[in-house]
Structure formats: C-alpha cells, structure tokens
Design a protein around this ligand. Structure first.
Ligand SMILES: Nc1ncnc2c1ncn2[C@@H]1O[C@H](COP(=O)(O)OP(=O)(O)O)[C@@H](O)[C@H]1O
Ligand SMILES: O=P(O)(O)OC[C@H]1O[C@](O)(COP(=O)(O)O)[C@@H](O)[C@@H]1O
Ligand SMILES: [Mg+2]
Length: 486
C-alpha cells in the first residue's frame, strides 16, 4: 500500500513538538539606464518602436530594451480613452507633503523583480514603482470610489479599508466612497454603505472585515452593470488569488465597455501564496499568533511523560506559515508542509488518508478544493504507532489554532504595511492606472499586472536556503533525495 502523503491534498501544515520520528552569487545593484517610459510613450507599440531606438521589442504591455531590461507595465485609462483629461495632483498643495523633497514618483522609476544578478546577465523584469504622480486623471469631487473584500479573512483587512478611505479623503479630497458588503455578490445583492474617515476611524483595531466577505458569487457582467449604474469610477478590490482573477475580469469588461473606471487590486491572503510580492499583509501577525499555539504545545508536551504536541496551521498548498512559525519558535521538532512529501514508517499517502475520510472531492463556493484534515489524521497515526508498534502510552495534545491566527487584528508592522498598500492603490487609481495589483517587490511598492500575481501560486522552495535553515534547526529528516531536488 502506498502510504506516502502527497502534498497537494494537505489541508494545512502541521508542526510537531516533540517528534516521534526521528555559490557564490555576485550581488549587484542594477544600474538603471535612462529609459523613457512615460505612459504615453509606450502605450502604443508602433509609436514606441519608432520613437525610441533602444526599445527593440514590445509585446502587449511589455517593453524590452538592449540591456535585457523588461518593463511589465500595467494598463492606463488613456490606453482605451486617449482623450481623458488630466489635472495637477492635489498633493501639490498638501501641507503634509510640502516638505517632501520629491513628492511625486518619476515616470521612469521601476522596481526590479530580481535584485540578485550577475554582471553580464540581462537586467530582467521590472514593474512600475508605486506612488503619487504629478498628474491625476480624476477631479476630486468627481470620484465615486468603492471598496470590496472577498475570500478568507486575514489580519489587516480593516486597516487597508481604513487607509483607502482616509487616503482618498486626506490626500485627494475625495468624500464619495461606498463600501460593498459581503464580497463580490454584494455588488448586486446588497445595499452599499457609506464610508467616511469617521466611520472607519477605529476599525483597524478589530479583526475580520468591516465590509464582510464571501466566497463564490462572481458574475462579471452583473458586477460591471452595477458599477456603471451606481456611477462608480474607482474600484478597490481586496482579496486573494481568486479575487484578483475576478478583478482582472472586471477590468477587462470595463475596458471593453470603454468606461473611465480604475480597477485596483490589493492582494490579501493569510497563506502568503501570492506570487511576485515579497509577503502578504497579515502574514507576520499570523506567524506571531501561531507562536502562542506552538508554545502551548511545547509546554504541554514538556510537562508530562511521553508528551507529544501537534499544532495545525493554515496554508492550503503553501507551507509558509508553518515554516516561519517553526523558524521563529525553535521549539518545533518536525515541521510538515504541503510542498514536502513525507512518509511515516511505511510511507503514508494522501490517497490512504482519503480512504478514511469523506469529502475529498468537495469544493467551496469559489471552486477551491476542500482539503483533508491532515492534522487529525496524523494525530491518530502517531497514537496508533506508539500503542501498537512501540507498546507505549503517549500523552498527545493536538492544537488547532487555524482560524484564531487569521481572525485577529494586525500587529504594528502589518498596520504600517497595510497603510502603504492602501495609499499606493489610491495613488495608482488617481493617476489613471487600472487592472493592477499593488505590492512590495524587494521592499519597494510596485504596480503589478494582475495576471502576474495570479498565474502561479507561491510555494516554499525546498531547494532554497530557508528550508535548509529549518531542517538544520529542527534536525528533522528532509524526506527528499538529492535527485528529487533537481
Ligand atoms: N477564476 C475566477 N474568476 C472570477 N472570480 C473568481 C475566480 N476565482 C475566484 N473568484 C471569486 O473571487 C472571490 C474570492 O475567491 P476565493 O478563492 O474564495 O478567495 P481568495 O480571493 O482569497 O483566493 C469569490 O467571490 C470568487 O467567486
Ligand atoms: O475560510 P474557509 O472557507 O474555511 O477556508 C479556509 C482557507 O482559507 C485560508 O485561510 C485563506 O485562503 P484564501 O486566502 O484563498 O481565502 C486558507 O488557508 C484556508 O485553507
Ligand atoms: Mg485563494
């Protein structure tokens, strides 16, 4: 019987305490050659090719120059509405920003996706740097914005909502902001709520989402009809990979209808599984909270004879929470993540787990596969092993803090991170960018084409040094052969 566990089906990433089982790169700062990519210059392929000899290829919104510099650009409203008027950015008159040396981000600023390069390698993919632009494409009193939150919870959602509202109001003088309640379906099945700085003043101190959320219910046409009917011209969409896919469809439909509506995505997920960006908001808070569960398991296991503690954490297909919580805690003896197939004494397959548990083919309303609860299964297997094979009685404590780590308010650093995300999204929408997701790339906030963050799921790389650090700290088996790593 094949008993090896196949990671894609793991529901979450348990970490164990105490466990029953026993180049050198040249780092260079990329040199930025002066490449003029002011939006009007490179929106239109042919125009760009003629105007700038250094640009030798452009595929859709991608520019490549002779140095292997690739700009993965985001759409701009003027791509399909060339006559859209622009206005001076009201931040010019802001007292707070008056002392800033460089209030506006240059249209030539780009953020490198890969900052560890070698002298002769191409300079690689870059994204537009996020931040306020000299010109905006909306008059403050004509903005009618809306905010929606979709998918699972995550610490910090309320901070993002609060800072979008306050950012729009304080920086751009916008006071027409709607909250769409209950996720995507809220566009057509619920009433909206009016958001002002006063209404959202304290919400960052609470977990969850002030606007409520849901899975499923994305109907692009109905959503865009509703956006149009309500006269909304800026749409802020906070959510994970599924939500961002939905946001891309909304942007496409808006473009098809030729509407002057900016669509901005703010990536949210507790799992940290969104590609390109350094880290998702709330992740640090969740890892911190997971310490409490690991600590409890450790204390319980240490305080009795033959104590074993198991903690189950979230992560779907990505084991970042378990990996970072383990690295931070140092009390964990074995960390199991979906990316790393593991075996018990005879091997242990997810198929085997599936035989013992119903519901393997079920999906949630968004189409996400409902994964098996590996934590409970593992707990039983370990108990069985000790009683049947080793003839020992163990004292097992199983802790499942999964929803507790995502339902809390964000910590201080996540709050600041959420503020930057929200403000970057506001600056981007006001500047007329659309169909973008915002997020930090190598610590600099950037506007990223939505497809880039949805086309792949970020996973722990077992061949990276971080996983090696974890193996070294727990002293657990790697479960992998060297040949598996290639
Ligand atoms: N491929 C898709 N196209 C359009 N909408 C989607 C898609 N995947 C998910 N959605 C919608 O996005 C919302 C959230 O998706 P879900 O997968 O539950 O959470 P998350 O965004 O956190 O990954 C749901 O309303 C769902 O209907
Ligand atoms: O909220 P639900 O439907 O119980 O789903 C739980 C899932 O949500 C998550 O917490 C977050 O997933 P999303 O970011 O895709 O919403 C997963 O870690 C977990 O598997
Ligand atoms: Mg998701």
């Amino acid at each position: 019987m094949d008993l090896s566990i196949h990671s894609p089906l793991l529901r979450s990433s348990p970490s164990l305490s105490p466990c029953p089982f026993n180049s050198k790169n040249t780092t260079l700062n990329p040199v930025f050659h002066s490449l003029n990519f002011d939006s009007r210059n490179f929106q239109r392929k042919l125009l760009v090719s003629r105007q700038n000899q250094r640009i030798r290829a452009q595929v859709s919104d991608q520019i490549v120059n002779d140095h292997g510099f690739v700009l993965e650009d985001v759409p701009h409203l003027t791509n399909f509405l060339p006559d859209l008027p622009s206005y001076p950015n009201p931040l010019q008159k802001s007292q707070a920003y008056a002392i800033v040396k460089k209030t506006f981000v240059s249209s030539e600023d780009a953020v490198a996706q890969n900052i560890v390069i070698q002298k002769d390698t191409p300079r690689g993919v870059h994204f537009r740097r996020a931040g306020p632009r000299e010109k905006v494409y909306f008059k403050s009193d004509e903005v009618r914005a809306c905010i929606v939150t979709c998918g699972g919870l995550c610490p910090g959602i309320n901070t993002v909502i609060r800072e979008i509202v306050c950012g729009l109001n304080y920086m751009y003088g916008v006071d027409n902001i709607l909250g769409i309640e209950g996720g995507y379906r809220g566009f057509y099945s619920r009433n909206t709520t009016t958001l002002t700085p006063k209404v959202v003043n304290d919400i960052h101190k609470r977990g969850g989402t002030f606007l409520c959320t849901s899975r499923g219910g994305h109907d692009t046409n109905k959503i865009v009809d509703n956006i149009q009917d309500r006269g909304i011209n800026q749409v802020y969409i906070i959510g994970g990979d599924g939500t961002q896919r939905g946001a891309a469809l909304i942007y496409k439909e808006v473009e098809k209808r030729g509407l002057p509506i900016a669509v901005a995505g703010i990536p949210k997920t507790i799992d940290n599984d969104i590609a390109v960006i350094d880290k998702s908001f709330g992740f640090d808070t969740a890892v911190e909270e997971a310490q409490r569960a690991i600590n409890a398991a450790h204390v319980e296991a240490e305080s009795v004879e033959n104590g074993v503690g198991i903690v189950k954490l979230m992560g779907r297909y990505s084991g970042f929470i378990a990996m970072f919580a383990t690295l931070a805690s140092r009390d964990v003896d074995c960390c199991l993540i979906p990316e790393s197939p593991f075996y018990l004494e005879e091997g242990a397959g997810q198929e085997y787990v599936a035989q013992n548990m119903p519901g393997v083919d079920e999906k949630d309303a968004s189409g996400n596969r409902l994964l098996l609860d590996i934590g409970l299964w593992l707990t039983q297997k370990i108990k069985d092993h000790f009683s049947e094979v080793r003839k020992m009685t163990i004292n097992m404590k199983y802790i499942d803090p999964t929803y507790m780590i995502r339902a809390i308010p964000s910590n201080a650093s996540d709050n600041i991170y959420c503020t930057l995300l929200a403000q970057s999204a506001v600056h981007g929408a006001m500047a007329g960018y659309t169909g973008f997701t915002v997020g930090p790339v190598n610590s600099k906030h950037a506007y990223i084409p939505i497809a880039h963050v949805t086309e792949a799921t970020k996973k722990v790389k077992l061949t990276d040094r971080m996983w090696a650090r974890l193996l070294a700290s727990t002293n657990q088996p790697s479960f992998l052969n060297r040949s598996d790593n290639s």
